[in-house]
Design a protein around this ligand. Structure first.
Ligand code: MN
Length: 485
């Protein structure tokens, strides 16, 4: 890549090198290779002929000691190529005020010498460690591909209901095996339940299906990703390959095992294999791997380390961002919309709180979705949504965690009469209703426990309002307006 092709380097096509040490010829060669024009000031007259073969290099011989500043010194950046500290100081004194002053050679040399100079090259140790890491990964990819070359029917199995990380990792491993000339069957043992995961599978257009009875017996190379053989409590298949980031189980054993507990996702491991081995990552694969990585690490906020951030960097420009946005936004089931609408128009606002009591609900998901959605209201720091399911009053708390701990609030209000708790931004209480309690009585239980310090008069007004809402009409049924074909 030419230096002109990137915006970052566009302003630095010229460099001035000052000195005479052994690094000067390789340094000039380095910059000429990047299409830089190079100006050299040196006390060594031989360098004039040594550097003659390099195009775009202008050499000026200066008196030894570098005590006189040349009149025609170009603007920064500068590379100082001397070993002697005093001479380096003399040269630094020539230069205008700038941060772009390098010392030739690697980091190690610089540390042992002078402050105030940037290092031109990473240290040999840094470069060597990066290469060793890469060689280890390449060795792993060789092992994996050898296994595939010796097999006719490779099978990747995902445990139970596959999540995005398992799907991304399976697709990644199948791609590595495809590069070795094998077509891999990808299967799961449970069901794909979450809407997002079904959407992902239909987007990927890969034949990823539930395991059929004879497929396991027919396979001659079996891998598990994002799980370990011990996850199967019965009928555990005999696995040849295990790639996972869950804590190692004592009984995990296979021909090929790669377990990285310090990685945020299994998709990260597969991304490393693919990028280091230079195996092309399609848009669909990048999308699956990135979705696996970001769901497992909560967008790099949880259990994410340097490897995960590197993988994110490799994937995000290759992935289908519009589809990922769709996956991210698709959170509310259609059937919940009318309940959210009812909730919004029957809300009670107490300072920075929105409280809604739905009464009897078909599913507790209604409270969860509504509490999540209404937290986007300006001036609202927490939401509490209650409802009754199976004679249990379920109270869902959501907060921004900024000024309050809703898990603590949930516990404080309801732990004496039911199970209650959570963490700073999410809480939940489940209170079994007494046999004789009606839907209307549940409003009293809710308000009396949640607002113990409120004056009885205000509390009574509060309860009256909620009861009024519960006696009114419930959510509309919008089915007739759906124009789905
Ligand atoms: Mn995972």
């Amino acid at each position: 890549m030419g230096a002109n092709s990137t915006g970052v380097l566009a302003g630095a096509q010229h460099v001035t090198i000052i000195g005479h040490n052994s690094q000067i010829v390789p340094t000039v060669s380095f910059f000429v290779g990047g299409s830089f024009t190079v100006r050299v000031y040196t006390s060594n007259p031989d360098l004039e002929s040594d550097l003659a073969p390099y195009p775009g290099v202008q050499v000026t011989v200066v008196p030894a000691g570098y005590e006189t500043r040349p009149e025609d010194l170009p603007p920064p950046p500068y590379v100082v190529a001397v070993e002697n500290k005093d001479i380096a100081k003399h040269i630094r004194a020539w230069l205008p005020p700038t941060v772009a002053v390098f010392r030739s050679g690697s980091e190690q040399r610089r540390r042992a010498s002078l402050p105030g100079f940037l290092s031109l090259m990473p240290s040999t140790t840094t470069a060597r460690n990066a290469l060793m890491r890469r060689l280890q990964i390449l060795n792993r990819v060789d092992q994996l591909q050898d296994l595939a070359r010796n097999a006719k029917r490779p099978l990747i199995l995902m445990y139970s209901n596959p999540d995005p990380d398992a799907i991304g990792a399976a697709f990644g491993l199948a791609t590595i095996w495809k590069a070795a000339g094998r077509t891999t069957t990808i299967r799961y043992t449970g069901e794909v339940q979450r809407y997002q995961n079904r959407l992902l599978l239909s987007y990927l257009k890969q034949p990823i299906e539930r395991l059929k009875e004879d497929e396991l017996a027919e396979a001659d190379l079996i891998a598990v990703v994002d799980a370990q053989p011990g996850f199967w409590r019965e009928d555990q298949p005999k696995f040849d390959v295990v790639i996972d980031h869950h804590p190692r189980r004592d009984d995990t054993d296979a021909v090929y095992v790669d377990l990285r507990e310090d990685y945020g996702s299994t998709s990260t491991i597969l991304t490393e294999y693919l990028t280091e081995a230079n195996i092309p990552i399609s848009k669909a694969l990048a999308t699956a791997l990135l979705y696996g990585l970001t769901t497992d690490t909560d967008d790099l906020n949880r259990n994410a380390g340097a490897a995960d951030i590197r993988a994110f960097d490799e994937l995000h420009h290759r992935a289908d961002q519009h589809f990922l946005t769709r996956l991210d936004k698709a959170q509310v089931p259609m059937s919940v919309l009318d309940h959210i609408a009812w909730g919004i128009s029957h809300r009670v606002v107490v300072r920075d709180l929105i409280l809604i009591h739905f009464g009897e609900v078909p599913t507790a998901d209604i409270m969860v979705q509504t509490a999540d959605q209404l937290l986007c209201t300006c001036g609202v720091n927490w939401t509490v949504c209650a409802g009754i399911k199976d004679r249990t009053l379920i109270v869902v708390f959501r907060g921004d965690g900024h000024r309050q701990d809703v898990g603590k609030r949930a516990a404080l209000a309801f732990s004496k009469i039911g199970s209650a708790g959570g963490h700073r931004t999410m809480g939940r209480a489940e209170i079994p209703l007494p046999d004789d309690a009606t839907e209307l009585d549940s409003a009293e239980i809710l308000v009396d426990n949640l607002f113990r310090r409120m004056s009885p008069k205000r509390r009574a007004r509060f309860i009256r309002t909620l009861k009024g809402y519960l006696k009114g009409e419930g959510p509309d049924d919008h089915e007739e307006f759906e124009l789905t074909t």
